[in-house]
Design a protein around this ligand. Structure first.
Ligand SMILES: [Zn+2]
Ligand SMILES: [Zn+2]
Ligand SMILES: [Zn+2]
Ligand SMILES: [Zn+2]
Length: 744
């Protein structure tokens, strides 16, 4: 294989930056590539199979959907392709051209998708005459691109390189020097390290298959196959997400398909759960049986149970009862013994002769592989159904998905990007007392609540939130915090166990355009969970939204988000749009017209006491001592609009009432976002709202902005949904006392 002397023309920071662009871009390299051919926009920059720097830059801008890619990044990337093209006629270190294939091969490896498709795409890129054969130097170039991607993904390629070389020897077994597509695919999909590099995806089809990923360890770890130490400066190996079986890359092929069963395969396995032991994974731990330290004598030591996570000495195994209680997380876990194929049940009922007639048994859930499974959870548990949106919160989402797959049964954990919420809701439909955990932003929570509306479940399950990304107003109000920061997930599961159910109001919003023929942006939602606004606030959100799509790298921390809001808030154009709001807007609360006099640039309608990442537009209310909380809105159809009465009104997400707040102007908005000012002007508290507009105005629902032509908007109560609210933070009075008056 050709050795590239200059791998690192792109710094790790630049590569991280590039990946961020890729995360936000919706384009596929295959599509943008077309611009170089025919009369495409970039065709003038192509010379044969190569492109010049100018063309490369335009390609990057189009592919990454960003205008502000730094010149240095473009140049460094370009140079990295020049070095690999060395030796090719027309493109080399000397000339100012790079090979189109190398560029697209590289980016296609970084894109999402199935490994088989990536392998096939890369093959076809280099098979220019389309005869289905590659010569060995072309295959070498593909491998060079793969190695490059591997290195940037923080992979020590000293293990990978011999594996790929061996793969090449095996593929071209006759030594003819050419490789067919079939050979290339067969070699690729049986090469586990290569599949991991290509983003291997295991479906829940076959229990027993490990789900590998590359992992670095900061302590000595031994291979579960050859039992010798993992090597490399950063102790790298492949580790199974489900059972923590860990191997050298070179040993992956020899690993037995001994991964966990996610459901009972026989009558014997149904009903009572047994421990499932995997060797190793006990480093520096204490034995759960004899309480003595599990010492590693430079070998694979100890056993851990994949369900209860108990760690023990091998010699203590005989003293441990075989039954597994699923450990500290048992309230959440659906053990495999609680999930069994319907076939087993039928045998059962036939045997004792008194079985329920088949048509009366509840609808069983069929897995994608056609196995009908029935769930019968352990008594007095609350099996947790977890939905993860891996697109929320950068890489954090994928990490959370993986960790929950280990902590719980993988059949409890659903990736929302693969088939949405329906498969999970169907699987849990008849599980009594199940709870839901949504890992994502407020938008993801809204998505799941909608899905629950539509699923028509026998009982509405309560929903907890693990907030990913920024914003997360709903999660804040329910005390789950503003954004997950890598805290221990087992602890978060314990918090869910100790949480309580609150009913949250949800509101129906109907937008009736004045002129149905006039097309505005599509209205993002029909339901309000958090808040709705018109005018200055919405226009800021609208610009913010557009900017975030365009410049993702400027929005990478919560603090920066706040500063950007401030910058938008002081922009002149927005000020002009909303200055005369009262001339083109009227509002009725429970039939009472609202007085919109005074300087008003925006109006917000609130269901929950948080907006745009923790700002509270309604503000704090000092509750008079001894007074009970606000009575439910159900008995009071009138709107409260009197300024003095409004001063005493407390926000409550289950009172079937909405709060209406007026916003003076952009300066005030900026001050509220940055915490300099606490609230807007209280206008009303009511049970239904009608708004009429006479001009195009920016609006938003739950942080999703759009531009709306003149219309009538009706907001009415839809329903209540149970949400899980975390316990208030432990009283700090003990420490408070110590700090405070103790010395006095
Ligand atoms: Zn495994
Ligand atoms: Zn090994
Ligand atoms: Zn166990
Ligand atoms: Zn022991």
């Amino acid at each position: 294989m050709e050795e590239s002397p200059d791998w690192a023309t792109l710094s790790p920071e630049e590569f991280a930056h590039l990946q961020k662009y890729l995360d936000y871009s919706s384009k596929k390299v295959q599509d943008v590539l077309q611009d170089f051919y025919g009369d495409g926009a970039l065709s003038q920059h192509r010379q044969g199979e190569c492109v010049d720097f100018e063309g490369f830059k335009l390609f990057l801008k189009s592919y990454l959907e960003a205008d502000d890619i730094s010149d240095a990044l473009c140049r460094h990337l370009f140079m990295s392709f020049q070095t690999t093209a060395a030796g090719q006629p027309g493109a080399g270190a000397g000339s100012d051209l790079v090979c189109v294939n190398d560029v697209s091969c590289y980016f296609s490896l970084l894109e999402g998708g199935r490994p088989e498709d990536k392998l096939e795409f890369t093959f076809k890129l280099y098979d220019k005459d389309g005869n289905g054969l590659l010569d060995s130097s072309e295959v070498d170039r593909i491998i060079t691109q793969m190695m490059r991607v591997a290195q940037y993904l923080d992979w020590d390629v000293t293990e990978l390189k011999p594996i790929l070389q061996e793969m090449m020897r095996e593929i071209d077994y006759d030594g003819s020097g050419t490789v067919s597509l079939a050979e290339w695919l067969r070699g690729g999909v049986t090469n586990i390290p290569l599949l991991v590099l290509l983003g291997l995806e295991v479906h829940m089809k076959d229990d027993g298959q490990h789900m590998w990923r590359l992992k670095h360890f900061n302590r000595p770890v031994y291979c579960n196959v050859c039992e010798t130490l993992l090597v490399g400066l950063r102790k790298q190996g492949l580790c199974c997400t489900f059972c923590k079986f860990t191997v050298h890359e070179r040993c992956a092929r020899k690993a037995p398909p001994s991964c966990i069963s996610t459901y009972a395969k026989s009558r014997k396995e149904a009903g009572v759960q047994a421990h499932v032991w995997v060797k190793g994974g006990c480093e520096a731990g204490k034995c759960g049986k004899c309480q003595k330290k599990i010492k590693s004598f430079q070998s694979l030591t100890g056993l851990h149970c994949v369900w209860c996570h108990l760690k023990i000495h091998e010699e203590c195994l005989a003293c441990v009862a075989p039954t597994c209680d699923c450990g500290v997380l048992r309230d959440h876990v659906l053990p495999p013994s609680a999930i069994y194929p319907v076939v087993l049940e039928r045998q059962n009922s036939q045997k004792n002769g008194s079985g329920t007639p088949l048509e009366e048994t509840p609808q069983a859930f069929a897995t994608p592989e056609g196995q009908a499974l029935r769930v019968s959870p352990v008594l007095d548990t609350h099996p947790l159904l977890v939905f993860v949106n891996p697109k929320s919160g950068g890489k954090q989402g994928e990490r959370v998905l993986r960790k929950f797959q280990y902590l719980l049964n993988p059949r409890q954990v659903y990736n929302l990007l693969k088939g949405g919420p329906t498969p999970g809701l169907n699987f849990f439909r008849d599980v009594p007392d199940f709870r839901i955990l949504v890992c994502g932003g407020d938008g993801t929570v809204g998505w799941i609540l909608d899905a629950i509306d539509k699923a028509n479940l026998p009982r509405r399950p309560p929903v907890a939130v693990l907030p990913l990304g920024t914003g997360n107003d709903l999660a804040r109000c329910l005390r789950w915090g503003g954004g997950y920061d890598g805290e221990n997930l087992a602890k978060i599961l314990k918090d869910i166990e100790g949480s309580s159910v609150v009913q949250m109001d949800r509101w129906h919003v109907q937008v009736l355009p004045e002129n149905p023929a006039e097309k505005g942006d599509p209205v993002p939602y029909e339901i309000i969970n958090n808040y709705f606004s018109i005018g200055v606030d919405a226009s800021i959100a609208h610009r913010f939204h557009v900017m975030r799509e365009k410049y993702p790298e400027k929005f990478n921390s919560r603090m920066k988000n706040k500063l950007w809001y401030f910058e938008f808030a002081t922009s002149e154009t927005i000020f002009a749009t909303c200055k005369k709001l009262k001339e083109c807007l009227s509002i009725e609360c429970c039939g009472t017209p609202l007085d919109l006099s005074g300087a008003l640039s925006g109006v917000a309608v609130l269901n929950i006491p948080s907006m745009h990442g923790g700002s509270n537009l309604w503000g704090e209310t000092k509750r008079p001592l001894g007074e009970a909380r606000n009575a439910s809105g159900a008995g009071q159809p009138q709107a409260i609009t009197d300024a003095e009465t409004l001063k005493t009104c407390v926000q409550d997400l289950s009172d079937q009432r909405l709060e209406v707040v007026g916003l003076e102007g952009v300066i005030e908005m900026g001050q509220i976002y940055t915490g300099l000012k606490s609230a807007g002007k209280r206008l009303a508290k009511c049970s239904e709202i009608t708004l009429r507009t006479l001009k195009h105005l920016p609006m938003q629902i739950d942080g999703e902005p759009w531009m709306q032509p003149p219309c009538t908007i009706k907001i009415t109560h839809k329903n209540q949904t149970p949400m899980l609210m975390a316990a208030p933070p432990r009283s700090s009075s003990f420490f408070g006392l110590k700090k405070g008056p103790v010395e006095a």
